[in-house]
Write a protein that binds this ligand. Structure first.
Ligand code: KG4
Ligand code: ZN
Length: 335
């Protein structure tokens, strides 16, 4: 069975072809970074216009790389939300058109759920693994930071979310105040690679206790103040400054996640979403966690259409779910 996945929730135009339960036939991503970089963030109007320009080309490229034709597609899976409405609608309309023209089922999927299935794609350590449940997932991206208990495929319980900013949002803002473009995470990672991560103290969580929630606005504000008050450090010790900020962010994520994993006696921890590409985050998890931690391959941590294809495949094959041609974009959608 061949699933065509489409992902346009943010600034990447992505199309993939997935065979059965996660074999990647093609995974094409046409990045829009260059169009948004100078604005320090994503400009929704530019994103949707670029998606409209790029989606047709990206579909053709995904088919070509997979050596497949339109008639080979059995299921069309597309991100329905959360995300930017204008961006989501471009992918959704393309998916609906394909579904209608090919007379094949359409399924709209949740982007956050998509990130979870990046752990089960070809190349990821859990590809074809069936017995990891109960499993704790940390979704950590530009728009979300949440802990999810997964008891089976397609069964989730959200334990806690961020009370304010997402981790990715905090690191993107920090990079922006240093004068760098979007996305900030990979830039801070590179700048801080050889720095001393313990040199500059940044705050952790201000609330303790049994909550599984996160907060990053305190850290973000502390980072911005530090940059404004210490131009000399920015000039002469940028590497340790970036390493210290990144380290503080990583500590919050790792400590909370390991606590929840112990409390719920899970068999494994999965870390997904754009920030899960981060080297310091990966290394800290691996050195601190007594429970096995799984990550997607780095290129599948950030937004991609393979994860959307696989999520749709599971909904269709395990639950017989399909979406109507009236499928609409949902900008705010929870797991
Ligand atoms: O999952 P994603 O691609 O899009 C959303 O669904 O938000 O995540 C994007 C976020 C951005 O905040 C970006 O700065 C961050 O992931 N990110 C990273 C790294 N690569 C992407 N953060 C830290 N280190 C990285 N290597
Ligand atoms: Zn994402």
């Amino acid at each position: 069975m061949i699933t065509l996945g489409i992902e346009t929730s943010c600034d990447d135009t992505a199309v993939a072809l997935i065979e059965n339960d996660g074999k990647i036939l093609s995974n094409v991503l046409t990045s829009q970074d260059v169009f948004h970089r100078d604005f320090g963030g994503i400009v929704p109007e530019i994103a949707s216009r670029k998606h409209a320009e790029l989606i047709g080309y990206t579909i053709v490229e995904a088919l070509k790389l997979a050596k497949k034709e339109l008639k080979d597609i059995d299921l069309v899976s597309v991100t329905k939300g959360p995300g930017l409405v204008g961006s989501l609608l471009v992918g959704i309309e393309a998916a609906k058109s394909l579904s209608f023209a090919l007379d094949k089922p359409l399924i709209g999927v949740n982007h956050l759920e998509g990130h979870i299935y990046s752990l089960f794609l070809e190349g990821a350590p859990l590809y074809q693994a069936k017995s990891v449940f109960p499993f704790l997932i940390l979704i950590v991206s530009g728009g979300h930071t949440e802990l999810v208990l997964m008891e089976d495929f397609l069964s989730y319980r959200v334990l806690g979310r961020t009370r304010d900013d997402a981790a990715g949002e905090a690191i993107d803002k920090f990079a922006r105040f240093l004068g760098y473009g979007y996305p900030g995470g990979p830039i801070i990672e590179k700048l801080g690679a050889d720095g001393n991560p313990d040199k500059y103290p940044f705050p952790g969580l201000s609330f303790k206790g049994s909550s599984y929630e996160f907060s990053f606005s305190g850290l973000k504000t502390a980072g911005i103040y530090f940059i404004q008050k210490n131009p000399d450090v920015v000039k002469s010790d940028l590497s340790s400054l970036c390493a210290s900020f990144e380290n503080a962010l990583v500590k919050i994520l790792v400590e909370r996640t390991i606590k929840a994993a112990k409390d719920f006696n899970v068999k494994g921890i999965g870390v997904v979403g754009g920030v899960s590409a981060n080297k310091r985050l990966r290394e800290t998890f691996l050195s601190k966690s007594p429970i096995e931690v799984y990550f997607p391959p780095k290129q599948l941590s950030t937004d991609n259409a393979s994860m959307i294809g696989l999520t749709g495949y599971f909904h269709y094959t395990l639950k017989n779910e399909v979406s109507p041609l009236t499928l609409d974009a949902v900008s705010r959608l929870e797991l």
